[in-house]
Design a protein around this ligand. Structure first.
Ligand code: DWN
Ligand code: SAH
Ligand code: ZN
Length: 408
């Protein structure tokens, strides 16, 4: 008899709703001579019957995902750069009463947020194991401790620099399976009136718009308001605010404080009620989602196969982490998509994880233009389509696969 997997947060039973198969680390782009060393794991997702947290059933080892050469850079998109500039301005103008207040960012990457805060003279520290990204952050004027944020590094930071008024994190907390160590670290670090603000994708948007490619190794948890509310309470904090933000197709900004330190805004209860009405904490919702994912995958392969058989050229646009799920789940290799163009130098000249589609510089896109571009970076669609107007003007078409396969 097999034992049911248990929730990483509350130890309740986790019911699996989908197995997306054998998947590689979504940001490990091998060189052509390195493909033998690729590691795979079973990408399966479930929902906890007790606290409703959506989570993976098996985890890719952390040190394999987040290495010194982790290639993702937040600043590759103008939209994200502007977003993080705005976050820095908001923290500086509304949350920091004194320049001497310390801000700590977990997963600061290339300093898109922290570089801006640092330039305003705010006392700060970023923590990120991606040494390459951290170098760029330092060049932007941010101070970075290269390594993982956990209760041990948090205690060391507290001893060296004193408490933090704000701990900020974007698209990182959901990546840490052992999330308890993050919260115990925040507990050691935060002042009595401090706030822990984190942004991450919203599972309700993922389900509503069928953003199935937001499921990959790094996204160990997919957050709902109800599950995060229970999670932070378990670690001795209170969720005091939640706000929708239009990042990565639909995200939430959670504000967490020590219990009673700040009034709890009405948005928290309102969103938990909304989630109850749309059954976002229920297993059946995800079973329906799983069936939709199967359908989208089959439709995409059918379209790409038809286009190839008709002699049309299709190129991938944006070697996103998300594209690892799409290509590996659907079995899309270089026969259907001969290359993916991407502006990130760290990804160019390498192969896509698992399916080994070559990644080429952006210049390859127009040399010559393909008939169709498969938009893996759909979350930056507006920015990219504006930039590539000439592609469409000369007859090119975009293929999108969310919320269903369509050509624009
Ligand atoms: O949560 C995460 C987010 C913040 O970033 C991480 N787990 C990993 C990563 O996810 P992603 O790779 O899906 O992120 P993006 O922002 O969708 O990646 C966009 C990719 O497309 C980058 O490789 C850059 C590239 N790109 C491009 O080639 N031309 C992007 C733009 C805007 C462009 O014009
Ligand atoms: N905050 C940026 C980057 C997100 S990608 C943005 O929103 O665009 C996730 C980042 O988290 C990577 O840079 C990765 O190296 C970092 N990371 C992963 N686990 C971490 C941990 N335990 N502590 C600190 N950073 C971590
Ligand atoms: Zn649980």
């Amino acid at each position: 008899m097999s034992v049911a997997p248990t929730c990483r947060l509350c130890a309740g039973p986790v019911r699996e709703w989908m197995d997306l198969g054998r998947q590689p680390a979504s940001n490990a782009f091998p060189r052509p001579d390195e493909t033998d060393a690729e590691r795979f794991f079973r990408l399966a997702v479930g929902i906890c019957a007790e606290c409703t947290m959506v989570q993976q059933l098996e985890a890719m080892p952390t040190d394999h995902m987040f290495r010194a050469d982790y290639p993702y850079r937040s600043s590759t998109s103008d939209g994200l750069r502007r977003h993080f500039e705005a976050v820095a301005g908001w923290l500086r103008d509304t949350e920091l009463t004194d320049r001497a207040d310390l801000v700590v960012e977990i997963g600061c990457n290339d300093g898109a947020m922290l570089g801006v805060l640092g330039a305003s003279g705010v006392r700060h520290l970023g923590v990120d194991p991606s040494a390459g990204a951290a170098r760029t952050a330092v060049a932007r004027g941010a101070e970075v401790r290269v390594g993982f944020f956990d209760e041990v590094s948090a205690a060391a930071i507290r001893a060296e620099r004193g408490p933090a008024k704000v701990v900020f994190s974007a698209n990182t907390i959901s990546h840490v399976a052992d999330i308890g160590t993050v919260f115990r670290g925040v507990d050691r670090l935060l002042t009595s009136d401090g706030i822990f603000v984190f942004e991450d994708r919203y599972v309700a948007d993922i389900v509503e718009y069928a953003y199935f490619d937001q499921i990959y190794d790094e996204h160990f948890y997919l957050f709902s308001v109800r599950a995060v509310d229970a999670m932070v309470a378990r670690f001795g904090f209170e969720l005091v605010d939640v706000e929708r933000i239009p990042i990565h197709g639909g995200s939430l900004r959670f504000t967490v404080a020590r219990p009673g330190a700040r009034p709890r805004r009405a948005s928290v209860g309102r969103m938990i009620d909304e989630e109850a009405q749309t059954a976002i904490g229920e297993y059946d919702t995800y079973l329906r989602f799983a069936r939709q994912i199967e359908r989208v995958g089959a439709d995409l392969v059918a379209l790409l196969t038809d286009l190839r058989d008709a002699g049309r050229r299709v190129v991938g646009y944006g070697a996103t982490s998300k594209s690892a799920t799409v290509t590996n789940f659907c079995g899309i290799g270089p026969d259907l998509v001969p290359f993916i163009c991407d502006t990130t130098p760290e990804k160019q000249g390498r192969l896509s994880p698992g399916m080994h589609i070559p990644v080429r510089p952006h210049a390859a896109f127009a040399d010559p233009y393909p008939d169709y571009a498969l938009l893996f970076a759909w979350n930056h669609a507006e920015e990219i389509m504006a930039k590539e107007r000439h592609f469409v003007a000369q007859g090119g078409r975009w293929i999108l696969y969310v919320p269903h396969v369509h050509i624009v």
